[in-house]
Design a protein around this ligand. Sequence first.
Ligand code: TMP
Length: 217
Amino acid sequence: MAKKNLRKGIFITFEGPEGSGKSTQSKLLYECLKKRAYTCIHTREPGGTEAGEHIRRILLHSDGIHISDLTELFLFEANRSQIVEEVIKPGLAGNKVVICDRFSDATVAYQGYGGQIPLEKIRLIDKAATKSLKPDLTILLDVDTATGLKRAKKKGADRMEAKTIAYHRRVRQGYLKLARKEPHRIKVIKVREHVKDTQKEVQRIVLNVISRYKRPR
Ligand code: TMP
């Protein structure tokens, strides 16, 4: 099948509280778009670059090491600065579909609403890290906090999952607040019982948006 060309790159992010299944959903979307002959990239935060994968280990798997709230914020933003330069911007410049598992909204929801760092401070640092790059579309997978955490912790809790349920409740409410503020960009999908039903809804929304980026034949 001939490659489908877009007029410009499109930046799609996946967000959601713990256990929302966003990694599964974003990978399924990536496979679906590849089958439809779109040129796409799938990446994730924290991680996504060689330096980023090191940062991810510090952030999620550094048992017994104290990391202050501000250090945590800077590490997420350092990771972002690297992935923007190394992966996202080049992908968009090549008119690709760039799918990223989490981005700036995660920092507002987790470190901002969850960790209660002032949102203005986060926005300032984030703007420097992203050079003001924003997603064109964000899929927010919403799941009840207790259900999601239970699902996420099945394989053992990482440093972020181990935070209190009150923290994770604030994260979820923070995400929903962001979605209310930017309804055109952030689309909320309630996680369904079956992965394929959630994916159907993801594809419906994404394919509709992508159709606006197609180059006329
Ligand atoms: P995940 O691979 O399950 O999404 O794990 C990433 C964890 O990092 C998750 O608990 C959310 C958290 N996180 C933040 O707290 N702030 C951020 O900016 C990002 C990107 C992730």
